[in-house]
Design a protein around this ligand. Structure first.
Ligand code: NAD
Ligand code: TDX
Length: 351
């Protein structure tokens, strides 16, 4: 094998697309997927690659330092692509400690394991930390987040991710660990856990349930199809400069309410409903605490230096995503049982 790569969080939404892309496109790489399989981790996301000879799964928790040290000894990783995290802002508001533990302590455990094994002379080693645009805070009606924008995280989730980014940079500057960081905007696509806006809305439209829109639906997000994010990760992994940060975004800003209306129109057609039927499900509910108004990424660095650009238009991506959820009802019903129903009721009842 040319390289052994640890992908953390590979059973989650973005991680599963990254594992699939690397395992299929690089048969000379051994891909080891380490995942705790929390509510958000699902090995069904990887059925099509689980029998490839260059793929292995390891169940484990990045907050367990001894386990991570042992894993590094057993596999002798050349590189890490770190995606494991608690990722849902609403859950971070009701229960921040899990975010502090996984996103901060877990990341530091990985940095320590990598540091003690990769000497300055390991030419191919790389710690690639996958982060979010939310570390930059909230924009007003103008401006874009660049790699130089000062950090201003405002939710327990974004503060925990910002903290992990600072740790990664500290290990680079202090211990010369070879690192790269990417900060990406909102992803959507197949396999996203239905607590997030787009899959939640698709499911509620399909099952004729209210679509909860926070506040007045005026908040703006910059949406990127998940396979375009995986393509950017591939490019940065192979061509990015050590020590650098790359912002990734879709140049695709949407107000939540406009996005939901577009999705309702797409779903009406797919479900054979009269035009405007699904829009009647839109329900404005109490706003998220501290709700960031707008995120938007300036992706000129990754596009001019590495030649990346998004390849899937929003309409095409939403169509593909809706089709996937409609064709994978079993996947959805398996993940929205039990604990998720409890979460949903607590989150949305009486809101
Ligand atoms: P996700 O919640 O779908 O998946 C997270 C995965 O991490 C799951 O498989 C889960 O089981 C695993 N995990 C959680 N805690 C763990 C632990 N202690 N030990 C080992 N594994 C653990 O998240 P996602 O949306 O795929 O996000 C992946 C990464 O990308 C995260 O770091 C997130 O901050 C970042 N990101 C996400 C988005 C987005 O829009 N979803 C955008 C930018 C950046
Ligand atoms: O029911 C809802 N109603 C609603 O109006 C939900 C779940 C969300 N929203 C709003 C809140 C946001 O303005 O929709 C927008 C998108 O919400 P989420 O899907 O929860 O994403 P967001 O909070 O923007 O964070 C996402 O993008 C950045 C991911 O969850 C993060 O992991 C990533 O880092």
């Amino acid at each position: 094998m040319e390289k052994t790569i640890l992908v953390t969080g590979g059973a989650g939404f973005i991680g599963s697309h990254v594992v699939r892309r690397f395992a299929r496109n690089y048969p000379g790489y051994m891909i080891v997927n380490l995942d705790k399989l929390t509510y958000a981790g699902n090995l069904d996301n990887l059925r099509d690659v689980e029998n490839l000879p260059n793929y292995r799964f390891e169940k484990g928790d990045i907050t367990n330092a001894a386990f991570m040290e042992d894993l590094f000894d057993r596999h002798r990783f050349d590189a890490v692509i770190h995606l494991a995290a608690e990722s849902h802002v609403d859950r971070s508001i009701t229960g921040p400690m899990e975010f502090i533990s996984t996103n901060i302590i877990g990341t530091v455990n990985l940095l320590n394991a990598a540091k003690s094994r990769w000497t300055a002379g390991s030419p191919d080693s790389l710690f690639f930390h996958i982060s979010t645009d939310e570390v930059y805070g909230s924009l007003g009606s103008g401006g874009l987040f660049t790699e130089k924008t000062a950090y201003d995280p405002r939710s327990p989730y974004s503060a925990s991710k910002a903290s992990s980014d600072h740790m990664v940079r500290a290990w680079h500057h202090t211990y010369k660990l070879p690192v790269v960081i990417s900060n990406c905007s909102n992803n959507y696509g197949p396999n996203q856990f239905p607590e997030k806006l787009i899959p939640l809305a698709i499911h509620n439209i399909q099952t004729n349930k209210e679509i909860p829109v926070y506040g007045k639906g005026e908040n703006i997000r910059d949406w990127l199809y998940v396979e375009d994010h995986a393509a950017a990760i591939d490019l940065i992994f192979h061509k990015g400069k050590t020590g650098e940060t790359y912002n990734i975004g879709g140049n695709n800003e949407w107000k939540n309410i406009d996005l939901i209306r577009l999705l309702c129109g797409i779903m009406d057609k797919k479900l054979g409903r009269p035009e405007g039927a699904s829009e009647k499900l839109i329900t404005f509910v109490r706003d998220r605490a501290g709700h960031d108004l707008r995120y938007a990424i300036d992706n000129s660095k990754v596009s001019s230096e590495l030649g990346w650009k998004p390849s899937v238009s929003f309409r095409e991506g939403l169509e593909k995503t809706a089709d996937w959820y409609l064709e994978n009802e079993k996947w959805v019903s398996a993940v929205i049982c039990g604990n998720y129903l409890e979460y949903y009721n607590e989150q949305y009842n009486n809101r």
